[in-house]
Design a protein around this ligand. Structure first.
Ligand code: GUN
Ligand code: ZN
Length: 436
Protein backbone atom coordinates (compact mmCIF):
# COMPACT_ATOMS: atom_id res chain seq x y z
CA UNK A 1 0.00 0.00 0.00
CA UNK A 2 1.38 3.41 -0.88
CA UNK A 3 2.00 6.01 1.78
CA UNK A 4 -0.36 8.88 2.57
CA UNK A 5 0.67 12.25 3.92
CA UNK A 6 -2.03 14.07 5.88
CA UNK A 7 -1.56 17.79 6.33
CA UNK A 8 -3.33 19.77 9.05
CA UNK A 9 -3.12 21.07 12.59
CA UNK A 10 -1.91 18.10 14.60
CA UNK A 11 -2.62 17.61 18.28
CA UNK A 12 -1.78 14.61 20.44
CA UNK A 13 -1.28 14.18 24.18
CA UNK A 14 2.01 12.92 25.57
CA UNK A 15 0.69 12.60 29.12
CA UNK A 16 -2.17 13.78 31.33
CA UNK A 17 -2.22 17.60 31.53
CA UNK A 18 -1.56 19.08 34.97
CA UNK A 19 -3.69 22.18 34.33
CA UNK A 20 -5.44 24.22 31.62
CA UNK A 21 -2.19 25.81 30.42
CA UNK A 22 0.04 22.73 30.51
CA UNK A 23 1.36 23.04 26.95
CA UNK A 24 4.08 20.48 27.71
CA UNK A 25 1.46 17.74 27.98
CA UNK A 26 0.78 17.61 24.25
CA UNK A 27 2.29 17.86 20.82
CA UNK A 28 0.88 20.57 18.56
CA UNK A 29 1.96 21.33 14.99
CA UNK A 30 0.21 24.26 13.36
CA UNK A 31 1.21 23.10 9.86
CA UNK A 32 1.75 19.45 10.59
CA UNK A 33 2.41 16.36 8.51
CA UNK A 34 1.45 12.81 9.38
CA UNK A 35 2.84 10.00 7.27
CA UNK A 36 0.69 6.88 7.21
CA UNK A 37 1.50 3.54 5.61
CA UNK A 38 -0.13 0.11 5.97
CA UNK A 39 -2.50 1.47 8.58
CA UNK A 40 0.30 2.69 10.84
CA UNK A 41 1.56 6.18 11.62
CA UNK A 42 5.15 6.25 10.32
CA UNK A 43 6.20 9.82 11.06
CA UNK A 44 4.82 12.97 12.63
CA UNK A 45 6.16 16.53 12.63
CA UNK A 46 6.05 19.73 10.66
CA UNK A 47 4.65 19.32 7.16
CA UNK A 48 7.89 20.57 5.60
CA UNK A 49 10.03 18.07 7.52
CA UNK A 50 7.73 15.07 6.90
CA UNK A 51 7.22 15.94 3.24
CA UNK A 52 10.98 16.20 2.68
CA UNK A 53 11.51 12.66 3.98
CA UNK A 54 8.37 11.10 2.39
CA UNK A 55 8.48 8.79 -0.66
CA UNK A 56 8.19 10.66 -3.96
CA UNK A 57 4.88 8.95 -4.85
CA UNK A 58 3.18 9.77 -1.52
CA UNK A 59 -0.54 10.68 -1.76
CA UNK A 60 -1.21 14.00 -0.04
CA UNK A 61 -4.47 14.96 1.66
CA UNK A 62 -4.73 18.53 2.84
CA UNK A 63 -6.96 18.96 5.89
CA UNK A 64 -5.91 22.53 6.69
CA UNK A 65 -7.21 24.45 8.61
CA UNK A 66 -8.75 21.57 10.54
CA UNK A 67 -7.39 19.80 13.58
CA UNK A 68 -6.16 16.20 13.28
CA UNK A 69 -6.30 14.22 16.52
CA UNK A 70 -6.15 10.54 17.43
CA UNK A 71 -9.53 8.85 16.89
CA UNK A 72 -11.86 9.17 19.87
CA UNK A 73 -12.37 6.25 22.24
CA UNK A 74 -15.67 5.28 23.89
CA UNK A 75 -15.06 2.95 26.84
CA UNK A 76 -18.64 1.76 27.50
CA UNK A 77 -21.50 1.45 25.01
CA UNK A 78 -24.30 -1.04 24.29
CA UNK A 79 -24.66 -1.83 20.61
CA UNK A 80 -28.10 -3.54 20.95
CA UNK A 81 -29.54 -0.35 22.44
CA UNK A 82 -29.70 1.78 19.29
CA UNK A 83 -33.48 1.54 19.39
CA UNK A 84 -33.58 2.11 23.16
CA UNK A 85 -31.82 5.48 23.18
CA UNK A 86 -34.30 8.27 24.08
CA UNK A 87 -36.71 6.03 26.02
CA UNK A 88 -38.72 7.82 28.69
CA UNK A 89 -38.13 6.18 32.09
CA UNK A 90 -37.92 7.24 35.72
CA UNK A 91 -34.72 5.43 36.61
CA UNK A 92 -32.26 2.68 35.71
CA UNK A 93 -34.25 -0.39 36.78
CA UNK A 94 -37.48 0.82 35.17
CA UNK A 95 -35.59 1.69 32.00
CA UNK A 96 -33.92 -1.74 31.88
CA UNK A 97 -37.12 -3.71 32.49
CA UNK A 98 -39.47 -1.64 30.35
CA UNK A 99 -37.38 -0.92 27.27
CA UNK A 100 -33.90 -2.38 27.31
CA UNK A 101 -34.40 -6.03 28.12
CA UNK A 102 -37.31 -6.50 25.66
CA UNK A 103 -35.32 -4.77 22.90
CA UNK A 104 -32.18 -6.86 23.49
CA UNK A 105 -34.27 -10.05 23.06
CA UNK A 106 -34.45 -9.23 19.34
CA UNK A 107 -30.71 -9.88 18.94
CA UNK A 108 -31.23 -13.61 18.87
CA UNK A 109 -32.08 -12.98 15.19
CA UNK A 110 -28.96 -12.89 13.03
CA UNK A 111 -30.48 -10.54 10.45
CA UNK A 112 -31.44 -8.01 13.08
CA UNK A 113 -28.06 -8.22 14.85
CA UNK A 114 -26.23 -7.73 11.55
CA UNK A 115 -28.38 -4.78 10.50
CA UNK A 116 -27.89 -2.98 13.82
CA UNK A 117 -24.16 -3.77 13.91
CA UNK A 118 -23.73 -2.05 10.53
CA UNK A 119 -25.68 0.99 11.67
CA UNK A 120 -23.80 1.07 14.97
CA UNK A 121 -20.41 1.25 13.25
CA UNK A 122 -21.75 3.96 10.95
CA UNK A 123 -22.77 5.99 13.99
CA UNK A 124 -19.41 5.52 15.76
CA UNK A 125 -17.42 6.56 12.72
CA UNK A 126 -19.76 9.47 11.96
CA UNK A 127 -18.88 10.76 15.43
CA UNK A 128 -15.13 10.26 15.11
CA UNK A 129 -15.04 7.27 17.46
CA UNK A 130 -12.57 4.69 16.21
CA UNK A 131 -12.41 2.38 19.24
CA UNK A 132 -15.33 1.40 21.45
CA UNK A 133 -15.77 -1.02 24.30
CA UNK A 134 -19.14 -2.56 23.62
CA UNK A 135 -21.65 -4.82 25.26
CA UNK A 136 -23.38 -7.13 22.82
CA UNK A 137 -26.55 -8.94 23.94
CA UNK A 138 -26.62 -12.31 25.68
CA UNK A 139 -26.89 -14.04 22.30
CA UNK A 140 -23.75 -15.26 20.59
CA UNK A 141 -25.32 -14.11 17.31
CA UNK A 142 -24.97 -10.51 18.47
CA UNK A 143 -21.25 -10.89 19.22
CA UNK A 144 -20.73 -12.64 15.88
CA UNK A 145 -22.45 -9.76 14.08
CA UNK A 146 -20.46 -7.15 16.00
CA UNK A 147 -17.04 -8.67 15.44
CA UNK A 148 -17.73 -9.49 11.78
CA UNK A 149 -18.63 -5.84 11.20
CA UNK A 150 -15.49 -4.70 13.03
CA UNK A 151 -13.36 -7.03 10.94
CA UNK A 152 -14.96 -5.65 7.78
CA UNK A 153 -14.26 -2.06 8.81
CA UNK A 154 -10.78 -2.78 10.16
CA UNK A 155 -11.47 -1.19 13.55
CA UNK A 156 -9.88 -1.85 16.92
CA UNK A 157 -12.83 -2.82 19.09
CA UNK A 158 -13.32 -4.47 22.45
CA UNK A 159 -16.63 -6.27 23.01
CA UNK A 160 -18.23 -9.18 24.76
CA UNK A 161 -21.20 -11.46 24.69
CA UNK A 162 -23.12 -10.46 27.80
CA UNK A 163 -23.42 -13.14 30.48
CA UNK A 164 -26.76 -13.00 32.35
CA UNK A 165 -28.65 -15.92 33.87
CA UNK A 166 -31.35 -14.38 36.12
CA UNK A 167 -33.67 -11.42 36.73
CA UNK A 168 -34.43 -10.75 33.06
CA UNK A 169 -36.91 -12.12 30.47
CA UNK A 170 -36.42 -15.74 29.44
CA UNK A 171 -35.31 -14.69 25.96
CA UNK A 172 -32.38 -12.84 27.49
CA UNK A 173 -30.96 -15.52 29.76
CA UNK A 174 -28.14 -17.97 29.37
CA UNK A 175 -27.00 -20.26 32.18
CA UNK A 176 -23.73 -20.41 34.07
CA UNK A 177 -22.53 -23.21 31.77
CA UNK A 178 -23.86 -21.68 28.54
CA UNK A 179 -22.45 -18.25 29.42
CA UNK A 180 -19.06 -19.88 29.92
CA UNK A 181 -19.21 -22.03 26.78
CA UNK A 182 -20.43 -19.27 24.49
CA UNK A 183 -18.00 -16.65 25.83
CA UNK A 184 -15.21 -19.17 25.29
CA UNK A 185 -16.44 -19.80 21.76
CA UNK A 186 -16.56 -16.05 21.06
CA UNK A 187 -12.99 -15.69 22.38
CA UNK A 188 -11.76 -18.52 20.21
CA UNK A 189 -13.56 -17.31 17.14
CA UNK A 190 -12.91 -13.57 17.36
CA UNK A 191 -10.17 -12.52 19.80
CA UNK A 192 -7.18 -11.40 17.74
CA UNK A 193 -9.00 -11.48 14.40
CA UNK A 194 -8.12 -8.18 12.73
CA UNK A 195 -7.95 -5.75 15.62
CA UNK A 196 -10.76 -7.36 17.62
CA UNK A 197 -10.48 -7.90 21.36
CA UNK A 198 -13.00 -9.94 23.31
CA UNK A 199 -14.00 -8.85 26.83
CA UNK A 200 -15.44 -11.15 29.51
CA UNK A 201 -18.80 -9.48 30.13
CA UNK A 202 -20.97 -10.44 33.11
CA UNK A 203 -23.65 -7.72 32.76
CA UNK A 204 -23.89 -6.92 36.49
CA UNK A 205 -24.36 -8.81 39.74
CA UNK A 206 -28.15 -8.51 39.59
CA UNK A 207 -28.36 -10.60 36.43
CA UNK A 208 -25.67 -13.16 37.31
CA UNK A 209 -26.08 -15.96 39.85
CA UNK A 210 -23.10 -16.84 42.06
CA UNK A 211 -22.62 -19.86 39.76
CA UNK A 212 -22.33 -17.58 36.77
CA UNK A 213 -19.88 -15.36 38.63
CA UNK A 214 -17.78 -18.47 39.17
CA UNK A 215 -17.97 -19.17 35.44
CA UNK A 216 -16.77 -15.63 34.72
CA UNK A 217 -13.96 -16.16 37.23
CA UNK A 218 -12.96 -19.37 35.44
CA UNK A 219 -12.80 -17.45 32.13
CA UNK A 220 -10.76 -14.68 33.74
CA UNK A 221 -8.28 -17.27 35.03
CA UNK A 222 -8.10 -19.03 31.69
CA UNK A 223 -7.71 -15.79 29.71
CA UNK A 224 -5.90 -13.42 32.09
CA UNK A 225 -5.04 -10.88 29.37
CA UNK A 226 -8.64 -10.18 28.45
CA UNK A 227 -10.59 -7.15 29.57
CA UNK A 228 -13.48 -7.72 31.96
CA UNK A 229 -16.42 -5.34 31.82
CA UNK A 230 -19.43 -4.97 34.06
CA UNK A 231 -21.59 -2.36 35.81
CA UNK A 232 -21.08 -1.08 39.35
CA UNK A 233 -22.99 1.24 41.71
CA UNK A 234 -24.93 3.26 39.18
CA UNK A 235 -28.14 3.80 41.13
CA UNK A 236 -29.18 3.53 44.80
CA UNK A 237 -32.01 1.02 44.21
CA UNK A 238 -29.66 -1.08 42.09
CA UNK A 239 -27.09 -1.08 44.90
CA UNK A 240 -29.62 -2.15 47.56
CA UNK A 241 -31.02 -4.91 45.35
CA UNK A 242 -27.53 -6.15 44.47
CA UNK A 243 -26.39 -6.28 48.09
CA UNK A 244 -29.56 -8.20 49.02
CA UNK A 245 -28.64 -10.82 46.39
CA UNK A 246 -25.10 -11.21 47.78
CA UNK A 247 -25.62 -10.84 51.56
CA UNK A 248 -22.15 -12.12 52.42
CA UNK A 249 -20.34 -9.44 50.40
CA UNK A 250 -18.94 -6.39 52.22
CA UNK A 251 -20.42 -4.15 49.52
CA UNK A 252 -21.12 -4.12 45.75
CA UNK A 253 -17.43 -3.88 44.78
CA UNK A 254 -16.59 -6.80 47.03
CA UNK A 255 -18.86 -9.07 44.96
CA UNK A 256 -16.66 -8.64 41.90
CA UNK A 257 -13.47 -8.82 43.98
CA UNK A 258 -14.67 -12.03 45.62
CA UNK A 259 -15.02 -13.71 42.22
CA UNK A 260 -11.59 -12.56 41.04
CA UNK A 261 -13.08 -10.05 38.63
CA UNK A 262 -11.35 -6.91 39.93
CA UNK A 263 -8.00 -6.17 38.31
CA UNK A 264 -6.14 -3.72 36.06
CA UNK A 265 -8.21 -4.68 33.01
CA UNK A 266 -11.57 -4.45 34.77
CA UNK A 267 -13.84 -1.78 33.32
CA UNK A 268 -16.49 -0.73 35.82
CA UNK A 269 -19.35 1.10 34.13
CA UNK A 270 -20.72 4.07 36.11
CA UNK A 271 -19.13 3.46 39.57
CA UNK A 272 -20.79 6.56 40.98
CA UNK A 273 -21.83 5.78 44.56
CA UNK A 274 -18.81 4.19 46.23
CA UNK A 275 -17.54 4.10 49.80
CA UNK A 276 -13.92 4.85 50.68
CA UNK A 277 -13.40 1.15 51.23
CA UNK A 278 -14.63 0.38 47.74
CA UNK A 279 -12.56 3.16 46.17
CA UNK A 280 -9.45 1.90 47.97
CA UNK A 281 -10.15 -1.64 46.77
CA UNK A 282 -10.62 -0.49 43.16
CA UNK A 283 -7.51 1.69 43.34
CA UNK A 284 -5.37 -1.09 44.78
CA UNK A 285 -6.57 -3.53 42.14
CA UNK A 286 -5.99 -0.97 39.35
CA UNK A 287 -9.62 -1.20 38.18
CA UNK A 288 -11.12 1.53 36.03
CA UNK A 289 -14.20 3.60 36.91
CA UNK A 290 -15.99 4.58 33.71
CA UNK A 291 -17.78 7.89 33.72
CA UNK A 292 -20.89 7.93 31.52
CA UNK A 293 -22.15 11.50 31.95
CA UNK A 294 -25.06 11.72 29.49
CA UNK A 295 -26.44 8.46 30.85
CA UNK A 296 -26.03 9.48 34.49
CA UNK A 297 -27.98 12.66 33.83
CA UNK A 298 -30.57 11.04 31.55
CA UNK A 299 -31.38 8.26 34.03
CA UNK A 300 -30.93 10.54 37.05
CA UNK A 301 -28.32 8.16 38.42
CA UNK A 302 -26.05 10.67 40.14
CA UNK A 303 -23.03 12.95 39.80
CA UNK A 304 -19.76 11.08 39.21
CA UNK A 305 -17.00 12.57 41.41
CA UNK A 306 -14.36 12.47 38.66
CA UNK A 307 -12.02 15.08 40.10
CA UNK A 308 -12.37 13.75 43.63
CA UNK A 309 -11.57 10.20 42.44
CA UNK A 310 -8.42 11.41 40.71
CA UNK A 311 -7.31 13.51 43.71
CA UNK A 312 -7.50 10.69 46.26
CA UNK A 313 -4.42 9.52 48.11
CA UNK A 314 -5.19 6.23 46.40
CA UNK A 315 -6.42 7.58 43.05
CA UNK A 316 -8.90 5.68 40.95
CA UNK A 317 -8.20 5.21 37.24
CA UNK A 318 -10.87 6.93 35.13
CA UNK A 319 -12.27 6.45 31.64
CA UNK A 320 -15.12 8.21 29.84
CA UNK A 321 -17.92 6.81 27.72
CA UNK A 322 -21.30 7.41 26.07
CA UNK A 323 -23.22 4.42 27.51
CA UNK A 324 -25.67 4.52 24.60
CA UNK A 325 -28.63 3.69 24.96
CA UNK A 326 -28.77 4.89 28.62
CA UNK A 327 -26.57 7.67 27.31
CA UNK A 328 -28.25 10.19 25.06
CA UNK A 329 -25.54 10.83 22.46
CA UNK A 330 -23.06 8.84 20.37
CA UNK A 331 -20.73 11.83 20.39
CA UNK A 332 -17.73 11.87 22.71
CA UNK A 333 -17.77 15.67 22.32
CA UNK A 334 -21.28 15.86 23.75
CA UNK A 335 -20.23 13.34 26.39
CA UNK A 336 -17.45 15.59 27.65
CA UNK A 337 -19.74 18.63 27.44
CA UNK A 338 -21.98 16.88 29.97
CA UNK A 339 -18.98 15.67 32.00
CA UNK A 340 -17.93 19.30 32.34
CA UNK A 341 -21.38 20.29 33.61
CA UNK A 342 -21.44 17.47 36.16
CA UNK A 343 -18.14 18.69 37.61
CA UNK A 344 -19.56 22.24 37.67
CA UNK A 345 -22.47 20.99 39.79
CA UNK A 346 -19.94 19.38 42.14
CA UNK A 347 -18.01 22.66 42.42
CA UNK A 348 -15.09 21.25 40.40
CA UNK A 349 -13.36 22.36 37.20
CA UNK A 350 -12.76 20.01 34.28
CA UNK A 351 -10.45 21.90 31.96
CA UNK A 352 -10.57 21.42 28.16
CA UNK A 353 -7.15 19.80 27.96
CA UNK A 354 -8.22 17.26 30.54
CA UNK A 355 -11.41 16.49 28.60
CA UNK A 356 -9.57 15.92 25.34
CA UNK A 357 -6.91 13.89 27.11
CA UNK A 358 -9.65 11.61 28.46
CA UNK A 359 -11.28 11.12 25.03
CA UNK A 360 -7.94 10.08 23.51
CA UNK A 361 -4.81 9.06 25.43
CA UNK A 362 -6.61 8.85 28.79
CA UNK A 363 -9.06 6.25 27.52
CA UNK A 364 -6.26 4.41 25.71
CA UNK A 365 -4.31 4.21 28.98
CA UNK A 366 -7.42 3.05 30.81
CA UNK A 367 -7.67 0.19 28.29
CA UNK A 368 -3.92 -0.60 28.54
CA UNK A 369 -3.76 0.14 24.80
CA UNK A 370 -1.74 3.37 24.71
CA UNK A 371 0.98 1.62 22.73
CA UNK A 372 -1.54 1.18 19.88
CA UNK A 373 -4.18 3.94 20.00
CA UNK A 374 -4.90 7.34 21.54
CA UNK A 375 -1.90 9.30 20.22
CA UNK A 376 -0.20 10.28 16.95
CA UNK A 377 3.02 8.49 17.97
CA UNK A 378 4.88 6.78 15.11
CA UNK A 379 4.38 3.02 15.21
CA UNK A 380 0.80 3.25 16.46
CA UNK A 381 -2.45 2.61 14.57
CA UNK A 382 -3.48 5.37 12.17
CA UNK A 383 -6.93 5.88 13.72
CA UNK A 384 -7.66 9.58 13.45
CA UNK A 385 -10.35 12.22 13.60
CA UNK A 386 -10.34 15.49 11.66
CA UNK A 387 -12.29 18.22 13.44
CA UNK A 388 -13.79 21.53 12.32
CA UNK A 389 -14.57 24.04 15.07
CA UNK A 390 -16.51 26.19 12.54
CA UNK A 391 -18.93 23.46 11.47
CA UNK A 392 -22.14 25.39 12.19
CA UNK A 393 -23.02 29.10 11.93
CA UNK A 394 -23.05 29.43 15.72
CA UNK A 395 -19.63 27.80 16.00
CA UNK A 396 -18.23 29.92 13.19
CA UNK A 397 -19.39 33.08 14.90
CA UNK A 398 -17.94 32.07 18.26
CA UNK A 399 -14.65 31.07 16.62
CA UNK A 400 -14.20 34.72 15.57
CA UNK A 401 -13.38 35.47 19.22
CA UNK A 402 -11.36 32.35 20.02
CA UNK A 403 -7.67 33.02 20.61
CA UNK A 404 -6.13 29.82 21.98
CA UNK A 405 -6.10 26.12 21.19
CA UNK A 406 -7.66 25.46 24.61
CA UNK A 407 -10.56 27.77 23.75
CA UNK A 408 -11.02 26.08 20.40
CA UNK A 409 -11.10 22.64 22.01
CA UNK A 410 -13.60 23.86 24.58
CA UNK A 411 -15.81 25.28 21.84
CA UNK A 412 -15.64 22.00 19.92
CA UNK A 413 -16.62 20.07 23.04
CA UNK A 414 -19.42 22.46 24.00
CA UNK A 415 -21.06 23.14 20.62
CA UNK A 416 -19.67 20.34 18.46
CA UNK A 417 -21.09 16.96 17.45
CA UNK A 418 -20.90 14.75 14.35
CA UNK A 419 -21.16 17.87 12.15
CA UNK A 420 -17.71 18.87 13.42
CA UNK A 421 -16.21 15.58 12.28
CA UNK A 422 -14.78 16.28 8.83
CA UNK A 423 -13.29 12.81 8.46
CA UNK A 424 -12.58 9.68 10.47
CA UNK A 425 -9.61 7.50 9.53
CA UNK A 426 -9.53 3.83 10.46
CA UNK A 427 -6.08 2.32 10.02
CA UNK A 428 -5.27 5.12 7.59
CA UNK A 429 -8.49 4.82 5.54
CA UNK A 430 -11.07 7.60 5.34
CA UNK A 431 -14.24 6.00 6.73
CA UNK A 432 -16.73 8.65 7.82
CA UNK A 433 -20.08 7.52 6.40
CA UNK A 434 -22.03 9.94 4.26
CA UNK A 435 -24.95 11.54 6.11
CA UNK A 436 -28.21 9.72 5.38
N1 GUN B 1 -26.76 -1.95 34.28
C1 GUN B 1 -26.94 -3.19 33.78
N2 GUN B 1 -27.21 -3.16 32.47
C2 GUN B 1 -27.20 -1.86 32.12
C3 GUN B 1 -27.40 -1.20 30.89
O1 GUN B 1 -27.67 -1.78 29.85
N3 GUN B 1 -27.29 0.16 30.93
C4 GUN B 1 -27.00 0.85 32.06
N4 GUN B 1 -26.90 2.18 32.01
N5 GUN B 1 -26.82 0.23 33.22
C5 GUN B 1 -26.91 -1.10 33.26
ZN1 ZN C 1 -23.86 0.12 30.45
Amino acid sequence: MSATLLRGRLMSFRRAPDNASDTGSYLYEDDGGLLVEDGIIRAVGSYAEIKAAAPADVTEIDHRPYLILPGLIDCHVHFPQMQVIASYAANLLEWLNTYTFPEECRFVETDHAQRIAGLFFDELLRNGTTTAVAYCSVHKTSADAFFAESLKRGTRMIAGKVMMDRNAPQGLLDTAALGYDETRAVIQQWHGTGRNHVAITPRFAITSTPQQMEAAQALAREFPDLHIQTHLSENQDEISYTCSLYPDAKDYTDIYAHYGLLGPKTLLGHAIHLSDRELDAISEAGGIAIHCPTSNLFLGSGLFPLKAFKRREKPVRIAVATDVGGGSSYSMLKTMDEAYKIQQLLGERLNPLESWYHMTLGNAEALSLADRIGTLEPGTDADLVVLDATATPAMRLRMETVKTLGEELFLLQTLGDDRSVVETYVAGKAMKPQAM
